[in-house]
Design a protein around this ligand. Structure first.
Ligand code: FES
Length: 164
């Protein structure tokens, strides 16, 4: 099914494009906006973004497949990214990860298979992440756009319970 930016998002997109000297430079924010609206990036979304930014679909696909923040298949309402880089590993992020896997009853999503990290009710998707630039408060987890620091299994429970 063809994708179009919603009436609400069209002016936002136009304003974003105006911030850049050329339309193509608005690729990342345009894709974020599209993903926010659609939940994930389909071929139809890429075609729409390509048309709006006057670039080829291949150029859009290159960007979508390069950045791990863009999803090409459905994900949960909350995407949980747990950092597993060395400073977080040294602060026992594995304990937090194991707790999340057990609590959510999922495996860790891979780039090629997001479904294995997604709960059956599509509430959560669990993914590993490289350094989230908060090593001083490791271990950390990012849930959608929010960062949670100094985590323990108990704190993870509190955080998950606080989500609507
Ligand atoms: S290593 Fe985890 S935030 Fe930097």
């Amino acid at each position: 099914m063809a994708f179009e930016f919603s009436e609400e998002n069209k002016p936002t997109l136009e304003n974003l494009i105006k911030c850049y000297p050329i339309k193509e430079a608005a690729m990342l924010p345009a894709l974020h906006l599209a993903q926010q609206q659609n939940g994930y990036i389909t071929e139809e979304v890429m075609a729409c973004v390509a048309e709006v930014l006057e670039v080829s679909i291949m150029k859009v696909k290159d960007v979508v497949t390069f950045y791990p923040m863009f999803f090409e298949e459905p994900v949960g309402k909350y995407v949980i990214r747990i950092c597993h880089t060395l400073p977080c590993a040294l602060r026992d992020c594995k304990k937090v990860l194991d707790h999340l896997k057990e609590k959510l009853d999922v495996d860790v999503a891979s780039e090629r298979d997001l479904s294995k990290g997604t709960t059956s009710d599509r509430r959560f998707t669990l993914m590993k992440s490289e350094c989230l630039a908060s090593c001083d408060v490791a271990p950390v987890v990012m849930i959608n756009d929010d960062l949670y620091k100094n985590l323990t299994p108990e704190k993870v429970d509190e955080v998950l319970d606080s989500l609507d």
